[in-house]
Design a protein around this ligand. Structure first.
Ligand SMILES: NC(=O)c1ccc[n+]([C@@H]2O[C@H](COP(=O)([O-])OP(=O)(O)OC[C@H]3O[C@@H](n4cnc5c(N)ncnc54)[C@H](O)[C@@H]3O)[C@@H](O)[C@H]2O)c1
Length: 252
């Protein structure tokens, strides 16, 4: 049994996690942290971390970057491993996570979907095999309420690909303003926004007379919740260190 503190318990992701956890025999939510109390939850929700002093194996956070410092301080004092899924963290905050990871296990991923992390591995493999002969383009799609573009996941895919290539790559986001042929060193990254698309990512390897496309589509937020709960179970058994989805996927 993994006993979890859920940070951001009253939010959209918090509610999905709470619903999933109800049907899982090996997961128990011991409490939530949130500025807002959603009164229909099956566990207590505290607006301040000091509210909970009971036992927990791991904390899972889907809240807001402004909560991070307080959560990490709490986890360090109580020696509780932390799965951080909140996005939009600053470089300073990521450095804080890395520092905390020298003392407790920390898991951080801006995309908790197992499927997305699997296509990152597949794209790295394809990039290694196809380097020099294929042009690489990434297309991502999200709902019409998303503010940032490209998605953090599209950039993470591009970074993962460049990390295994011998030649450096330049990311190109806009072909509209420049009239010139595509360069060999480019990775094109393109964004689509519309409707209720939860999250689509395609990596296209275009060569002479053949095209390979690796694609992932998330059709509900559940995939992130499932991945975060898998991460929580994974992390509860680990020594201190900085982990991500690639570490989890490698163990499957
Ligand atoms: N890593 C992933 O795979 C993944 C997937 C989905 C969402 N997310 C991220 O998770 C976060 C939450 O997403 P959401 O859609 O549930 O958002 P949401 O706005 O619906 O929920 C956030 C919750 O956090 C609470 N909160 C905000 N600031 C807080 C603070 N300082 N202290 C305590 N609680 C605070 C809010 O009251 C709210 O209930 C976002 O950063 C989102 O981008 C990550």
């Amino acid at each position: 049994m993994t006993e979890i503190i859920l940070s951001g318990a009253s939010g959209k992701m918090g509610k999905v996690i709470a619903r999933l956890a109800e049907d899982m025999d090996d997961i128990r939510l011991v409490c939530g942290f949130d500025l807002m109390n959603s009164h229909d939850s099956a566990f207590p929700i505290y607006s301040k971390t000091e509210g909970f002093t009971g036992h927990a194996d791991v904390l899972v956070d889907f809240s807001h970057p402004s909560a991070l410092e307080g959560l990490i301080k709490y986890c360090l004092v109580r020696r509780i491993p932390a799965v951080i899924a909140t996005t939009g963290l600053s470089m300073v905050q990521i450095a804080l996570l890395r520092k905390a990871a020298t003392e407790i296990p920390i898991f951080y991923s801006a995309n908790m979907s197992l499927g997305v992390n699997l296509i990152i591995e597949l794209a790295q493999k394809a990039a290694r095999v196809l380097e020099n002969n294929f042009d690489i383009e990434i297309i991502e799609g999200h709902h019409n309420q998303k503010i940032d573009a490209p998605s953090g996941t599209a950039l993470a895919i591009a970074d993962a690909i460049t990390s295994v290539l011998n030649q450096p790559k330049e990311y190109v986001y806009d072909r509209h303003s420049v009239r010139k042929k595509r360069g060999k060193s480019e990775i094109g990254i393109h964004s689509i926004r519309g409707g209720t698309i939860v999250g689509d990512h395609s990596v296209i390897f275009a060569g002479t007379d053949e095209v390979i496309e690796i694609k992932h589509s998330a059709t509900s937020k559940e995939v992130f919740a499932v991945g975060a709960l898998r991460a929580a179970t994974f992390l509860s058994k680990k020594p201190s260190g900085f982990y991500n989805m690639q570490d989890l996927v490698k163990e499957l």
